[in-house]
Design a protein around this ligand. Sequence first.
Ligand code: MN
Length: 251
Amino acid sequence: MNDRKTARLVDFHCHLDLYPDHVAAVAQRERERVFTLTVTTTPKAFPRNKELADRTKYVRAALGLHPQLVAERAKELSIWKEYLPSTRYVGEVGLDAGRKFYASFEQQKFVFSEVLSACAATGDKILSVHSVRCAKIVLDMIEARLPVGNSRVVLHWFSGSAAEARRAVEMGCYFSINAEMLRSDRSAKIVDSLPRGRILTETDGPFARGESSGGTPANVRPARDGLANLYNMEHDEVDLLLNENLRTLLS
Ligand code: MN
């Protein structure tokens, strides 16, 4: 198979601009030919991310407004909307109902509903979505505001229940899987229940466990190796699967 030679690693959710040397982080991913979606946490960070990514073959930048920052940054929603026509990729967006961020949950819901409606209005967007402790509400909102076939959702670091995972599959969602998710049996079992055609890998660097601050972009190999182990597949077979899934997602 000729494909074998061209299969690349995939990191569909990381934050290259949060590494000390953003330019070097992008260059490294380009050099290593890792298909990378670099998400942003504030829309103000997007133009520089897009500028760097546009010079590469392997890196794409996503326009985000992170739910954990909504408390201080909700006003930047207007900037987010202004940039939306310039990109197909949206993230990091979503909701976080964890204790630390719950105070802003109503505000987060407002921002996320605006984000979903804006994506639905333009269509053909690819969204990387955060759903900590509120998978049900995130899925409810996606179902209500983003008609099936309008855009595509990738649930990043999904930590919902098995039933919520099934519902997300029925809704057409993809899942970006990191190494941490494969460390617990409960979560690995849920990952194993997902259709293999909906799976991508991610690092969420620099938020990945065990990553030293001040480093270079996190390695996505442990996530790929973890999937190979879970699926009882060869590494290069998993790479082919992930490349095929990425192609389908973006088609
Ligand atoms: Mn993230």
